[in-house]
Design a protein around this ligand. Structure first.
Ligand code: UDP
Ligand code: MG
Length: 311
């Protein structure tokens, strides 16, 4: 019988975790695959880990993994996926925004031979207009810039086959934009459309500043386009400056050179200063990431790992 591991990253999810497990377990019970659930506690500050351990005591399918501190969802996911030895893994959020009821559909497509089956959101209930708007904008920009086409409106909710998992294990970069990496591995991929529910309990861990940084991480790890912007803005400015120079020279030759031109001087100085700082900033974003990679720190540290009591 094929084996399936469901990887669930959780950070301060004590409020909803039991309900989540009940719903997930009901779905898994009705399936004809051997299944395991791997809960990854991403350094929660509430009793999420204690609840995980209680779930593990009550259900032989459950494994628990506790990270040494909060590393963020991307790394919690990586840690979880690194510990999967099954034939396929499912990645799902602990807040019931991704319906566990979709798992059998994912598995059916996997049996047809797909390596990555991902959920694409047709709607996002319970999220503000601004969040939807910024999310849509982000996916559109990503689509234009990225060298790897990242599917629209797709989160981390998906199934990965053994070879997709093995491929992903070889990717050890520290700036992990998981939905980009999931696509990057290639193989046979399939999208399944679903309706995203509102959060079942607890709070979202994301605010706009975090989302903004997440977006910059995504763009810098999958596109060098911002670096080119500096080149072209520089080129355009140089051309403009050349034309302007000719005009100033001609005017001085024809009409003499009374001391004027303070406004245009200020304009040019300020404009160039601004452009240069911006270009430096863009370079800095990439350099900073290079610095993080160069340090070669481990991606995450494990506090405790308790495999399931299955087989
Ligand atoms: N999460 C995590 N570490 C973090 C932040 C979030 O493991 O630092 C988990 C969280 O517990 C949840 C999933 O990632 O299972 C998605 O988080 P959230 O619901 O806050 O994100 P949103 O759905 O609002 O994008
Ligand atoms: Mg959520």
């Amino acid at each position: 019988m094929p084996k399936l591991t469901v990887v669930v990253p959780a950070y301060n999810e004590s409020e909803g975790l039991r309900d989540f497990h009940a719903r997930l377990a009901a779905v898994l019970d009705g399936m004809d695959v051997a299944s395991e659930v791997l809960y990854v506690d991403d350094g929660s500050r509430d009793d999420t880990y204690a609840i995980m351990c209680a779930l593990q005591a009550a259900d032989a399918r459950v494994s628990t993994l506790k990270l040494s501190r909060n590393f963020g969802k991307e790394l919690a996911l990586t840690a979880g996926l690194d510990h999967v030895d099954a034939d396929a893994a499912i990645v799902i959020d602990a807040d019931l925004q991704d319906p566990p009821e979709l798992i059998p559909t994912f598995v059916a497509h996997w049996r047809e031979g797909y390596d990555v089956v991902y959920g694409t959101r047709a709607s996002r209930a319970g999220e503000t207009g601004l969040k939807k708007l910024t999310a849509t904008g982000f996916y559109r920009v990503m689509e234009k810039l990225s060298s790897t086409p990242i599917p629209r409106d797709t989160g981390d909710f998906r199934l990965l086959s053994r070879r997709a998992l093995d491929a992903l294990k070889q990717v050890r970069e520290r700036q992990r934009f998981m939905k980009g990496l999931f696509t990057w591995v290639g193989f046979r991929q399939l999208s399944v459309v679903y309706h995203r529910d509102p959060r079942h309990a607890g709070q979202t861990k994301w605010n706009y500043w975090k989302l903004w940084n997440f977006a910059i991480d995504g763009i810098t790890s999958f596109s060098g386009a911002p670096l080119k912007v500096a080149t072209y803005v520089g080129l355009a400015t140089a051309l403009l400056a050349f034309g302007f120079g000719l005009w100033v020279l001609g005017k001085a030759l024809l009409f003499g050179d009374p001391v004027r031109g303070y406004p245009s001087l200020m304009l040019v100085v300020l404009f160039l200063g601004g452009v240069q700082l911006m270009a430096l900033g863009v370079i800095g974003e990439y350099l900073g990431r290079l610095y993080v990679e160069a340090k070669q720190r481990p991606l995450y540290l494990i506090d405790a790992y308790q495999p399931s009591r299955h087989d």
